[in-house]
Write a protein that binds this ligand. Structure first.
Ligand code: FA5
Length: 343
């Protein structure tokens, strides 16, 4: 029996050396330790061993069995590690030289141009602030001289919340808060999203953007308004532009104007961007109404101010050549991603 055990051990030692994978290791385990394996088959021989040698032979069987089990465990461990190594090095290696569709995004046209406009204002000494999207009825209407009975309310119908607040219809809704915050030395712009109950078409959205600005100090006049607007538009259109003022009406400015810019594309001769008129209407503006200053705690006898708005989507469309405002809120990457500035 001893010889038999030694020959099994020898056979096992030779075969384990050439095992190349987990499958072969399992076959070896079955061959030597399985129910009908060589070690199991040798056990009945113990019966014929003389009693005084039984203990020694029993220990030898266990020794060979343990040897086989330990060698197999070690082999399986090695093969598993090798398998992981192979996966890392070969099969699952990432080839960084392959061209990959990364899906990297780009800034929305609005964001690009908003940053551009803000930078221009900052360079002229303005502070950039912001307004709320949900506003009180007072701030959106009453504080800018549009009391409940004023017909101007009808032109800016909006989405009313059940608590009586509104989705702001214009950036002017922040005027009262901004004027209170910056007081008699205000030089602030405040861009923001606005909402109106609109019949939507290529030029009108229910959700759109405006950029508004106010300047308050002693002796602020229309000249300041024209200077800053002209400077801003010249920088945005990257050329010296001509502007003109037409009379306008806003309850919160007196006098009120519409500022047009001479079409930077055709130079005033008429093209599709300016609709053939040679001028583009861009900035509603005016001198801040004394009532609005008073409601913000500023003495209109001593201080004056001007305010201007910018239909921001309009500017984005002009600069990007988009002819439908709805594309801006669409999330349609085919339109928005290849966006390039015309100017
Ligand atoms: C106002 O909203 C005033 N608050 C602007 C203002 C500010 C005047 C400060 C004086 C002093 P108006 O309703 O005209 O004004 O809107 C201003 C601009 O916002 C428009 O010229 C237009 O470019 C843009 N706008 C208005 N409604 C929409 C809409 N439904 N969709 C897209 N743009 C709009």
């Amino acid at each position: 029996m001893k010889e038999k055990l030694e020959s099994i051990k020898k056979e096992f030692d030779a075969e384990i050396e050439v095992v190349k994978n987990l499958n072969e290791a399992e076959n070896l385990r079955v061959k030597f330790l399985g129910k009908k394996g060589l070690i199991t088959l040798v056990m009945p021989m113990l019966r014929d061993v003389p009693n005084d040698q039984k203990r020694e032979m029993g220990m030898l069987v266990n020794e060979v069995k343990n040897h086989i089990q330990t060698c197999l465990d070690e082999k399986v461990k090695q093969l598993n590690e090798q398998e992981i190594e192979n996966q890392i090095n070969n099969a699952e290696k990432i080839d960084i030289t392959l061209p990959v569709e990364t899906g990297v995004g780009s800034l929305h046209p609005r964001t690009i141009i908003q940053k551009e406009v803000e930078d221009v204002f900052i360079s002229m000494g303005f502070v950039v602030d912001t307004g709320n999207e949900v506003e009180t009825e007072f701030n959106n209407f009453d504080a800018v001289n549009v009391p409940a009975t004023h017909p101007a309310r009808d032109t800016q119908d909006t989405f009313w919340l059940t608590n009586g607040e509104v989705l702001k219809t214009h950036t002017s809704a922040a005027q009262n808060r901004i004027l209170r915050k910056y007081g008699t030395n205000a030089k602030v712009i405040f861009p923001g999203r606005c909402f109106r109950n609109e019949a939507i078409d290529a030029g009108h959205e229910n959700t759109f953007f405006q950029i508004e600005g106010v300047i308050v100090n002693e002796n602020v006049s229309v000249a300041n308004l024209i200077y800053f607007m002209k400077e801003m538009l010249s920088k945005v259109f990257k050329k010296e532009v001509e502007v003109r003022l037409r009379p306008g009406f806003f309850p919160f400015t007196e006098p009120s104007f519409e500022m047009d810019v001479k079409c930077p594309f055709c130079g005033g001769s008429g093209c599709s961007t300016c609709g053939g008129s040679g001028w583009i209407e861009l900035c509603p503006c005016g001198m801040i109404h004394p009532n609005v200053l008073k409601m913000a705690g500023i003495d209109p006898e001593k201080y004056s101010g001007c305010a201007f708005g910018l239909g921001f989507d309009r500017l984005v469309m002009i600069k990007s050549g988009l002819n439908d405002i709805r594309a801006l809120n669409s999330g349609n990457l085919k339109i928005l991603k290849p966006f390039k500035l015309n100017i």
